[in-house]
Ligand binder design. Structure first.
Ligand code: A2P
Length: 348
């Protein structure tokens, strides 16, 4: 007994972590099917020590599947998620394809698990930077309310996939050796120009949209309001790609609705919060770091301090593994919660 699970994009940066998270999961798993493009068909991966051959994704891949985790790009999700649902699979989609659809719950279990009960066969996994920010802010919002957020992200290249990780490595080596290197992926593989990421932060993640904001920045704005179910929270973001392989770091300024918060009260709330580890001890130089967060499921929070000019406003600094809590772990956690709530089936 257990679920028949499919991973779509199984060979990718997120897909390989989805397999790891499923291996560690409490979810009862009867079988696993690894799907990718034709390019990877026949490649051998492992699940719980057993060899699994990657198959080419086709509509009938989902026959007999109960749960499908998608992370192969928005186009693949748009085309194949309906095929999966039609064949009875519940889809947890890590792409941005359906996140803002009013019929699709956008879920971070620590924040809005109740939204799961409204699913029609598909649950969207939010943007990686949004997830860790709402995990850090929700425990404070619950007690003090949240008026405004200004966030600057420092995002790892793995958010742009395995080819971007390789570009960071190869390009860094080329720069160190004084050799030429032609960037081909970053900042955005599909955009017209490509720039050096080695030793060079890039203030562009995803394509530019209206008002000079990038699509990534709009995702943080819209998704935060949807997950917190409050259109009145003022959110603005600047998203920056930095020469880091894994784990996003964020500088978050926030204004609370109510008076009375202090740094120690906020620290106490975060120490009790699910999915949060407080690392905040300036006297001992303790604060979150990407190298320590990589490979972990938690969101690490530190540098909590008051704004020096504005009442009821604070800063914090948070770091989390963008491939785990930002993607694969949050998706598997959604599946675990669906199972626990008896919601892991496509409603009639
Ligand atoms: P493949 O290895 O066959 O290219 P990343 O985010 O690291 O770039 O990974 C993207 C994932 O999405 C990979 O597993 C990739 O498979 C998969 N993928 C990309 N395009 C398609 C497609 N058209 N059909 C199925 N899987 C795809």
């Amino acid at each position: 007994s257990g679920y028949n699970v499919a991973v779509v994009g199984a060979t990718g940066a997120v897909g390989t972590r989805m397999i790891q998270m499923l291996e560690q999961s409490i979810l009862p798993i009867a079988s696993i099917k690894l799907l990718a493009s034709k390019r990877s068909a026949g490649k051998v991966l492992h699940f719980k020590g057993q060899e699994k051959v990657v198959e080419e994704l086709v509509p009938d891949s989902f026959r007999g599947i109960d749960l499908a985790l998608f992370s192969a790009g928005g186009g693949v999700s748009k085309k194949f998620a309906p095929e999966a649902i039609k064949r009875g699979a519940v889809v947890v989609d890590n792409t941005s394809a359906f996140r803002m659809d009013p019929d699709v719950p956008l879920v971070v279990p620590e924040v809005n698990e109740a939204a799961l009960s409204r699913h029609h066969g598909l649950i969207a996994n939010p943007n990686c930077s949004t997830i860790q920010m709402v995990v850090a802010l929700e425990p404070l919002r619950k007690v003090y309310g949240l008026k405004k957020v200004i966030v600057t992200t420092m995002q790892a290249v793995s958010g742009a996939g395995n080819r971007a990780i390789k570009e960071l490595h190869d390009e860094t080596q080329a720069v160190l050796e004084g050799k030429d290197y032609e960037p081909q992926i970053l900042p955005v593989s599909g955009d017209k120009k490509h720039y050096q990421i080695a030793f060079n932060p890039l203030a562009q993640i995803d394509v530019f949209e209206e008002d000079g904001y990038t699509h990534e920045e709009w995702k943080m704005i819209h998704e935060t309001k949807k997950i917190m179910e409050d259109e009145d929270i003022q959110v603005t973001a600047t998203c920056v790609r930095v020469p880091v392989a894994i784990a996003h770091s964020e500088s978050v300024w926030f204004e609370l609705d109510q008076k009375g918060a202090t740094v120690s009260k906020l620290q106490e709330l975060l120490k009790k919060a699910p999915g949060v580890v407080v690392q905040d001890d300036p006297d001992n130089q303790i604060y979150p770091q990407a190298v320590n967060a990589a490979g972990k499921k938690d969101t690490f929070v530190g540098r909590i301090r008051p704004d020096q000019e504005q009442a009821d406003a604070f800063h914090l600094y948070c770091v989390s593994d963008n491939l785990l809590k930002g993607a694969a772990w949050n998706s598997v956690q959604i599946a675990e919660r669906l199972d626990a709530l008896n919601l892991l089936r496509v409603p009639k």
